[in-house]
Design a protein around this ligand. Structure first.
Ligand code: HEM
Length: 161
């Protein structure tokens, strides 16, 4: 099948759309929120992931490790939202699809990940000073980029349609 490649010893599914052509979110997001609020937002997101019945097993199991994971993600999002490139400075080349390869992410997992993010984004303008005018652009980025993290075929191919 053309959507299957061998990566790191297992068959990796390549989403039919290929790499995402997504626009980076506006730099104005970091300008409005600053580092601290973005870190707090990502902690809230990871707390949500830890409560997801289908995703929680994929994420670290202790509160301390979960917060450390949230901070690694925050370093990436700070850069993506217009702040300094902390992720590259701390961890090197983001290579996000490759870094997600150890986790079996199918379309259903992607949708659940987005649902968890949206729970936090709903309160983000009030709680974390997220500029609401940049919410649609940010959600479009998450939607497009998360598609590229999918590395596992759906159990039933029609599901991804
Ligand atoms: C917009 C899409 C996404 C972005 C920007 C993103 C970003 C990141 C970043 C920056 C990390 C930290 C990597 C590191 O450890 O250095 C990470 C880890 C991770 N991501 Fe994502 N991710 C995305 C989508 C997803 C999706 C859809 C899933 C699964 C449903 C997922 C599951 C994970 C898991 C399991 C980890 C490892 C957590 C740990 O540190 O133990 N990600 N992601």
């Amino acid at each position: 099948m053309e959507n299957i490649r061998i990566v790191a010893g297992r068959e990796a599914y390549v989403p039919p759309g290929g790499p995402p052509r997504v626009e980076r979110p506006s730099d104005a997001i970091y300008a409005a929120m600053g580092e601290e609020a973005i870190v707090a937002m990502m902690e809230a997101f990871y707390a949500e992931l830890a409560q997801s019945p289908t995703l929680r097993r994929m994420f670290p199991q202790t509160p301390e490790a979960l917060v450390r994971a949230a901070h690694r993600s925050a370093a990436f999002f700070i850069g993506i939202m217009g702040g300094p490139p902390l992720y590259q400075q701390m961890y090197g080349n983001p290579a996000m699809r490759a870094r997600h390869m150890p986790f079996p992410i199918d379309e259903a997992a992607r949708r659940e990940w987005l649902r968890c993010f949206n729970v936090v984004l709903a309160i983000a303008p009030a709680r974390f000073n997220f500029p609401p005018e940049h919410m649609p652009g940010f959600q479009a980025f998450l939607d497009g980029f998360s598609g590229w993290m999918v590395n596992t075929a759906p159990p039933n191919p029609e599901e991804a349609a």
